[in-house]
Design a protein around this ligand. Structure first.
Ligand SMILES: *[C@@H]1O[C@H](CO)[C@@H](O)[C@H](O)[C@H]1NC(C)=O
Ligand SMILES: *[C@@H]1O[C@H](CO)[C@@H](O)[C@H](O)[C@H]1NC(C)=O
Ligand SMILES: *[C@@H]1O[C@H](CO)[C@@H](O)[C@H](O)[C@H]1NC(C)=O
Ligand SMILES: *[C@@H]1O[C@H](CO)[C@@H](O)[C@H](O)[C@H]1NC(C)=O
Length: 204
């Protein structure tokens, strides 16, 4: 009996996946859990099941504080969302009618057999199987911060692409879309870290 119980716990534990690959998906009721169990990724609804998002939250905090949202500006109206990865290493979220509501953007050449993994840092990454440098991700959520600055994230402006990587508040408790407040690098003069309310700097 004890052995059976152990087996049961062992098998349920191994069901806590932290990767998805081609042909696999995450839908309502399924999640990825980082190896040490710190972070969990899946579908969630911040507002009475009216709008749904794919996000990452602290698994060890009972309130499940959300730290990152993929489709923060493109909610799904029901729990039908499905997250998957295609043969080009691009992540996408589809709604119940198979419309793509969000997809990841990869700057480099696509790679077959890419695997998306939720790391213990809270970073959701797409590995490039063709790159011997396993840290050279094809895509990573840390490049697209939401309202939470996690250890290992960087903010600032890429002067080549003009991409302004910054932290921004949620619009409201129920709406993770970018809100009024942001924390970003102001590149004018000596670059400095500023907090803005809309276009106005409130602290530096
Ligand atoms: C699914 O997404 C597509 C594309 O964004 C959209 O046109 C369609 O209305 C959505 N369907 C539902 C049921 O929300
Ligand atoms: C993807 O990245 C390219 C190049 O950085 C950019 O021009 C394009 O707008 C991005 N697309 C999306 C959907 O973010
Ligand atoms: C990755 O490696 C595989 C096998 O070596 C090769 O077939 C494929 O074309 C490579 N893909 C890219 C994008 O370099
Ligand atoms: C920004 O500052 C201007 C001028 O003081 C003010 O009129 C405006 O309401 C402020 N915007 C926000 C979002 O606080």
């Amino acid at each position: 009996m004890v052995l059976l119980l152990c087996l049961f716990f062992f098998t349920t534990r191994t069901l806590e996946l932290n990767t998805i690959s081609l042909g696999q998906s995450i839908k309502d009721g399924q999640t990825l859990v980082s190896a040490s169990g710190s972070y969990e990724l899946g579908l969630f609804s911040p507002e009475n099941f009216k709008s749904w998002y794919v996000g990452i939250w602290y698994k060890k905090v009972s309130t499940g504080t959300v730290v990152w949202v993929a489709n923060r500006e493109a909610s799904i109206s029901d729990a039908s969302g499905v997250l998957s990865i295609n043969d080009k290493g691009i992540l996408s979220i589809m709604n119940g009618t198979k419309g793509t509501v969000w997809s990841s953007n990869t700057s480099r050449n696509s790679a077959e057999d890419s695997i998306a993994q939720l790391l213990d840092s809270g970073n959701f990454v797409v590995n490039d199987p063709n790159d011997s440098d396993s840290e050279n991700f094809l895509w990573q959520s840390f490049n697209y911060p939401c309202d939470t600055f996690l250890l290992g994230m960087k903010i600032g402006i890429n002067f080549v692409t003009g991409f302004d990587r910054h932290i921004s508040s949620w619009k409201s408790m129920e709406d993770p879309a970018p809100g009024l407040y942001s924390m970003r690098i102001d590149p004018r003069g000596l670059p400095q870290l500023v907090v803005k309310k809309g276009p106005n700097i409130t602290s530096r």
